[in-house]
Design a binder for this molecule. Structure first.
Ligand code: ATP
Ligand code: MG
Length: 562
């Protein structure tokens, strides 16, 4: 990959560790998603950080590890989508794809070690009692009445938990740390719980006890020889427990946990729970709905992997809580597509134009550059004829002098073609304009007319070979910049932008778009950047708007009137 990655506080820590010869001079990170949903743009930040660090240090490695300790919320669809999305972003875990469930047997053995050392015990308090005993931030907790069970009794009960002798919730295994700790996470946290009747996507029905994340994570890191375990800030208070677990078992490696701030993005939500709700309750069409901030949604929306990596680089990595503007993400894809997307013409709201002084039955091939700044992208053929379509919004019966499009009696240039004048119009019985009668100036192909100034340029498609298509205009999913932080009683879904999707079913595209394949991206001149939807077929072409052009008018005049 060509991007350079600016330094950040984590890279500075790694530099120092390397200079001090820590971790034997190795750099080994991991990305540890829980397969309980699709990856979102926040995960992309973590992926770019973890895999980016591994890529940029000599011999660096990054593992993909599924944190699959919560089987009732996880499934194979999520496992597969996560792998596809990480690969699509341009990263490679080589042969290091792991599951925390790979370590269930070892995790169990380490739990036995803790019990034998008097550092873990089986507790019979129910969930509510456990909460009561835990105390509060102001008050210390109280010891569980089961805290002083003998090692023998704990071993026997834990083995019987594994054997399936107790129902869900009857008992848990807890670490024996300190019920008076000011850090609630250290007040004898649960290490194992009983879960019957779930079929784990990797281990099936082999286990009915499942280790907790805070216990599983440090051990998984250590078993994989991770050097720097990068996670988000909410785990800062868990770091003492991360270290306690590794300090109290016989594992030869002690990775260093370093926390950074989560990405929050305006006009969307990046909580898997909320994204799941949007999908399950039908607010969007699925995890890959182009309005979703998921990687799959962004892909379907037309984002490129490079644009997302650039975004991750620009937002940086710090410990400060932040809310990133949506326009930062949008600018990354605009810049990428401005460089790389071929230009095409598409009329979203067609209005028929008949050029009365153009010979009937004549079709004139015209050549148009695929990119105004990049000749290597070549050109395509347009076919000019007597009948064509322009956008309804590019014509007004009457308009102020400032109006730079077509007006009755006025002239405008058709992009890549001639200057035309609107002479007359035809309305239907409801008074709606259905057709313009125009004339063209044959002497204006590739040059300005003599003695008059034509200020506007509009796009068009030929009537004869135009391709009918559906175009979906996507906008931000939420109308509020922080939908999940609105302080009232209403659910965050009330903040959904009612105009987040407008479907235009009668659009007309220039003939060169006939061969467009799913995933191909284009700039529709003056309209924005668009991508062919995966469901698109030659019989039923579907295009999704990725992003609008920043400033339509500045852009078109910058391209000249050719
Ligand atoms: P959620 O709270 O939405 O369920 P999560 O953090 O539980 O997300 P995981 O699958 O556990 O989701 O996340 C995998 C990794 O991605 C973790 O290391 C997590 O810290 C990181 N991550 C998740 N969300 C963000 C975010 N918004 N910004 C940066 N990193 C994130
Ligand atoms: Mg998590």
């Amino acid at each position: 990959m060509s991007e350079h990655n600016p330094s950040n506080f984590i890279r500075q820590i790694i530099d120092k560790d390397l200079a001090a010869g820590k971790h034997g001079g190795r750099v080994h990170t991991r990305f540890p998603p829980e397969p309980n949903g699709y990856l979102h743009i926040g995960h992309a930040k973590s992926i770019c950080l973890n895999f980016g660090v591994a890529r940029d240090y000599a011999g660096g490695k990054c593992n993909l590890r599924f944190d699959d300790t919560n089987p009732h919320k996880e499934n194979l669809e999520f496992v597969q989508s996560i792998q596809a999305d990480v690969r699509w972003l341009g990263f490679d875990w080589e042969d290091r794809l792991f599951y925390a469930s790979d370590y269930f047997e070892q995790l169990y053995a380490f739990a036995i070690e803790l019990i034998q050392a008097g550092k873990a015990y089986v507790c019979d308090l129910n969930a509510e009692q456990t909460r009561e005993y835990r105390g509060t931030l102001k008050e210390p907790g109280r010891d569980s009445p089961y805290r002083n069970r003998s090692v023998e009794e704990n071993l026997e009960l834990f083995q019987r938990m594994r054997a399936g002798e107790f129902p869900d919730g009857a008992r848990v295994l807890r670490a024996r740390i300190d019920m008076a700790s000011p850090n609630m996470n250290m007040r004898d946290p649960t290490l194992y719980r009983i879960r019957h009747g779930v079929i784990h996507h990797q281990t099936g029905e082999e286990w009915c006890i499942y280790p907790m994340y805070d216990y599983t994570h440090p051990i998984s890191d250590a078993l994989e020889g991770i050097t720097h375990s990068l996670c988000t800030l909410e785990f800062e208070d868990h770091r003492p427990l991360y270290d306690w677990v590794l300090d109290n078992i016989s594992v030869p490696c002690h990775p260093q946990q370093i926390e950074f701030s989560r990405l929050n993005l305006e006009y969307t939500v990046v909580s898997k729970r909320k994204l799941t709700q949007l999908v399950d309750e039908g607010f969007v069409e699925g995890w890959d709905d182009p309005r979703m901030p998921t990687i799959a949604g962004l892909r379907r929306r037309g984002y490129t992997p490079a644009s997302i990596r650039t975004f991750a680089e620009r937002i940086g990595v710090t410990k400060a809580d932040n809310l990133v503007e949506m326009s930062l993400l949008e600018n990354c894809i605009r810049e990428d597509l401005d460089r790389s997307a071929p230009r095409r013409m598409a009329v979203l709201h067609p209005l028929k134009v008949v050029i009365e002084n153009y010979p009937e039955g004549q079709n004139e091939p015209l050549s148009a550059a695929n990119h105004p700044k990049d000749e290597t992208m070549g050109s395509r053929e347009l076919s000019f004829g007597r009948e064509l379509y322009i956008d309804r919004e590019d014509f007004r019966e009457e308009a102020p002098r400032k109006y730079k499009r077509l007006v009755t009696g006025g002239e405008v240039r058709l992009r890549n073609a001639y200057v035309i004048r609107a002479d007359d119009l035809i309305k239907d019985e409801r008074g709606e304009i259905v057709e313009l009668r125009c004339s063209y100036d044959p002497d204006t192909l590739g040059k300005n007319p003599e003695g008059r100034k034509v200020r506007g340029v509009i796009h068009w498609v030929p009537a004869e070979r135009a391709i009918a298509a559906e175009v979906r205009l996507y906008d931000r999913l939420f109308a509020h910049p922080t939908p999940d932080a609105v302080k009232d009683e209403r659910p965050f879904t009330d903040q959904i932008n009612p105009d987040s999707l407008r479907t235009l079913t009668h659009c007309l595209l220039e003939p060169a778009l006939a061969d467009a394949r799913p995933g191909e991206r284009f700039q529709f001149e003056r309209e924005g950047y668009f991508v062919v939807d995966p469901d698109s077929t030659p019989e039923r072409p579907l295009f999704n708007r990725t992003v609008t052009l920043r400033d339509t008018w500045a852009k078109i005049s910058g391209q000249g009137g050719g």
